[in-house]
Design a protein around this ligand. Structure first.
Ligand code: FES
Ligand code: FES
Length: 163
């Protein structure tokens, strides 16, 4: 019988303290304990990318991470993207504009991987975007609208900064 592990972390700009079982997965902690169900569970094997959240700026498959290892770290989930009043972020609006989602199951993970990419490289080209999106399984869109949505967002953001 294992004792619980006390963890303290930041989730979407909120300080969180919890006691977790040593073998609890990060995705189960995020969804079950924190109620942030926008982080989806697909394959549970690190393949589909649906469970992706950003941890200390890096896109992480939370089905492959233990909750205990989130101690002291900064986690962002898809719930952090929209404004408090529900207004979608620029990237989310671009996904809507380009019909880059249908069932939406893959979408939170792809959005979070894109956010990690854009934080590191605000002006990625199509190849770099394709490389990141290729780490996610989407059964609906054929991927093309997803690439277009991210590219268009990058262009809009560049235009805004250049204005
Ligand atoms: S549920 Fe984590 S990669 Fe598929
Ligand atoms: S929109 Fe359905 S899996 Fe991607």
């Amino acid at each position: 019988m294992h004792d619980k592990v006390a963890i303290q972390l930041e989730v979407n700009d909120r300080k969180v303290s919890a006691d977790v079982s040593p073998r609890m997965l990060a995705v189960d902690f995020i969804r079950g304990d924190l109620g942030l169900t926008g982080t989806h569970v697909g394959c549970e094997h690190g393949i589909c990318g649906a469970c992706t959240a950003v941890v200390d700026g890096v896109a992480v498959r939370t089905c492959l991470e233990f909750a205990a290892r989130l101690d002291g770290r900064c986690v962002r989930t898809v719930e952090s993207l929209a404004a408090a009043d529900g207004r979608l972020s620029g990237l989310q609006q671009s996904f809507r504009k380009h019909h880059a989602l249908q069932c939406g199951f893959c979408t939170p993970g792809i959005l979070m991987s894109a956010m990690a990419l854009l934080a590191e490289n605000p002006n990625p080209d199509a190849e770099e975007i394709r490389d990141v999106v290729s780490g996610h399984i989407c059964r609906c869109t054929g991927y093309v609208p997803i690439i277009e949505a991210i590219l268009d967002y990058v262009k809009q953001a560049g235009d805004d900064h250049g204005a």
